[in-house]
Design a protein around this ligand. Structure first.
Ligand SMILES: [Zn+2]
Length: 362
């Protein structure tokens, strides 16, 4: 079954999925030279008699699904990042880290035994620049350790000053700011875990280039995936910000426009407040001179960019009634046409009750 085609160059790691055809080639003075062809059974075992390798070219080890073939010991396993896959037995070498979510399927089964319908690009549901997500998690853990040590030093000072009868208010505030930061980081780590375990695909795109005057990151909906676009220059705190928006989608706090893939009606100022609080936890200096996440509120965010002035000052989510949504926009001087409210995509659909439950605020 050939559904699409793509060409990849020698040594590249361009992903090729089942149903695709790949011909690796190079150019010499005579023109294009085929260096390698690969054909696969559905579970990724090469159909050896159909394959071709030009012996004068380097061997391209990126094979089925663009994964690197492990040639050691003649095992022929494929490296999927989290786990190693054996196309001969169509089984993983180890238990699925998310096995408890798919308890009715063998933890060793590849794509639920259906390679025609399902893909397992890296064995998890956050895809794209997974390394950067792992870096963010590591950064989170080192922040927690450093803040823990700092809290210890501050507690010592507090008891010393307390014993000497001196004021400890400022030190106590620093301890509570530090605890607040650790709490933010812990929440971020928990949220990333639930994105990894989600059935929605979250694609972290680091190749995003900000348009002039535009944001350094934006979370959008494209081709059935949530695209977490974060320019490399935006740093890990930018990724923390955008992953918060991804989590807001996951939990029905925000939505996307069906046609543009941009933000939908549920995107409000409180979604930005929460995203900037995350960003602050990972890099406080990215937001100027404030000293705690609780200083980040709607007013603060509106001062950062005029763009945020047009966001509803309410907490809209998938359970908000249409009347309340309409009111939030009217309050901004914006009229929304409720009849045209369908071009919105959620991972949870609006509860039917909300369509009929039309109540308007006085
Ligand atoms: Zn944002």
């Amino acid at each position: 079954m050939l559904t699409s085609s793509s060409v990849h160059y020698e040594g590249s790691a361009l992903a090729v999925y089942f149903g695709d055809v790949t011909i690796a080639h190079t150019r010499n003075t005579a023109g294009l030279v085929v260096t390698q062809t690969n054909d696969y059974y559905p579970f990724g075992l090469p159909i050896t008699p159909l394959g071709y390798q030009n012996q004068s070219s380097n061997i391209n080890d990126y094979k089925y699904n663009g994964k690197e073939l492990q040639t050691e010991f003649g095992l022929g396993w494929m490296d999927y990042g989290w786990r190693v896959y054996d196309p001969a037995t169509s089984r993983w070498s180890s238990v699925d880290p998310l096995a408890d979510k798919y308890f009715n399927i063998s933890p060793y089964a590849y794509v639920a035994d259906n390679p025609v319908i399902f893909l397992d690009p890296d064995g998890r549901v956050i895809e794209g620049d997974v390394n950067r997500v792992n870096n963010l998690k590591e950064r989170g853990n080192s922040i927690k350790e450093a803040e823990g040590r700092r809290q210890g030093r501050l507690e010592t000072k507090i008891s010393e000053r307390g014993a000497a009868g001196k004021n400890t208010t400022r030190l106590e505030r620093r301890v509570s700011n530090s605890r607040e930061r650790v709490e933010q980081v812990n929440e971020a780590l928990t949220e990333i875990k639930s994105l990894e375990e989600s059935e929605t695909v979250y694609h972290v795109n680091s190749d995003y280039t900000a348009q002039s005057g535009g944001p350094d990151g934006e979370t959008t909906y494209e081709g059935g995936k949530v695209m977490v676009n974060v320019a490399r220059s935006y740093g890990l705190h930018g990724l923390a910000h955008e992953l918060k928006h991804a989590y807001q989608f996951e939990t029905g706090q925000l939505d996307f426009h069906n046609k543009t893939g941009g933000p939908g009606l549920l995107y409000d100022i409180n979604d930005e407040v929460a995203a900037f609080q995350r960003q602050f936890a990972f890099k406080p200096s990215s937001l100027g001179s404030i000293s705690s996440a609780s200083e980040i509120n709607a007013r603060f965010v509106q001062q950062l960019d005029a763009l945020y002035m047009s966001l509803p000052r309410a907490n809209l989510n998938v359970n908000t009634g249409l009347g309340d949504i309409e009111w939030a926009y009217k309050h901004l001087g914006r009229t929304i046409n409720l009849i045209n409210l369908n071009p919105v995509t959620y991972n949870q659909t609006y509860k039917d009750a909300n369509y009929s439950n039309f109540t308007s605020k006085p």
